[in-house]
Design a protein around this ligand. Structure first.
Ligand SMILES: CC(C)(COP(=O)(O)OP(=O)(O)OC[C@H]1O[C@@H](n2cnc3c(N)ncnc32)[C@H](O)[C@@H]1OP(=O)(O)O)[C@@H](O)C(=O)NCCC(=O)NCCS
Length: 186
């Protein structure tokens, strides 16, 4: 019997030369549907923001996805500021539409989160839109559990999911309530 072969992705930092590729991906309908107008929070701004790290993932030498991870305590209030110091937030999209829905998103997120844990992050948060069922499912497969939501955040409506270092992935804790006191500071 053949053993399953785990896909590993090359995840490399974004450089200036990648900006045209990223602008093209952001304009694709399957991405802009969830990431919004490409003119909002353009990647050029994120590239010079020291609290955000930008990455391109490659599969067999072909760039196919974008990841950003950020310091959840660099913005106050922030939906993930309940996570311990050093925690990272994550955003992701697969830019190439024919590679969506094949399991790459969940495997890629798992690989990058494991890398962040290896660097010392105690937890990682991710905040898909409540209607983005494919994202919820992909992130659950990557080991994330629902922490709260749906709720309104400064970046849009979201479900908050998190994954803690050293804890084996748990089943999705659908409906585990948390209040939204981060919004009022209360
Ligand atoms: C979100 C994203 C990164 C996930 O990556 P992916 O490779 O498509 O995800 P996977 O194939 O690993 O998993 C998707 C899961 O959702 C399921 N799914 C897809 N559409 C669904 C739907 N409408 N309803 C229910 N489940 C759905 C798939 O069946 C799969 O689950 P399964 O493996 O149990 O069958 C990718 O879809 C993407 O880039 N989407 C566009 C941008 C985006 O939404 N980014 C996330 C913003 S938070």
């Amino acid at each position: 019997m053949l053993a399953a072969v785990e896909t590993r992705y090359l995840i490399r930092p974004v450089g200036e030369a990648d900006l045209p590729l990223l602008r093209g991906w952001r304009a694709r309908p399957h991405v802009s549907r969830w990431w919004g107008d490409p003119a909002l929070e353009p990647v050029e701004e994120a590239l010079i923001e020291p609290n955000i790290a930008l990455w391109i993932a490659e599969l067999a030498g072909r760039p196919f996805a974008f990841i950003q991870d950020y310091d959840v305590h660099a913005w106050t209030p922030h939906p993930f500021d309940y996570l311990p110091p050093g925690s990272r937030g994550l955003d992701v999209y697969i830019g190439e539409p024919e590679l969506v829905g094949l399991g790459h998103g969940s495997r890629l997120v798992r690989q990058h989160v494991d890398h962040l844990f290896g660097l010392g992050a105690p937890a990682v948060g991710i905040d898909p839109h409540p209607d983005n069922t494919a994202a919820h499912r992909a992130f659950a497969k990557a080991g994330f559990a629902v922490a709260s939501g749906p709720l309104d955040t400064p970046w849009g409506r979201a479900i908050l999911m998190d994954r803690r270092a050293g804890i084996d992935p748990l089943p999705v804790r659908e409906g585990r309530a948390r209040d939204a006191s981060w919004r009022t500071g209360g």
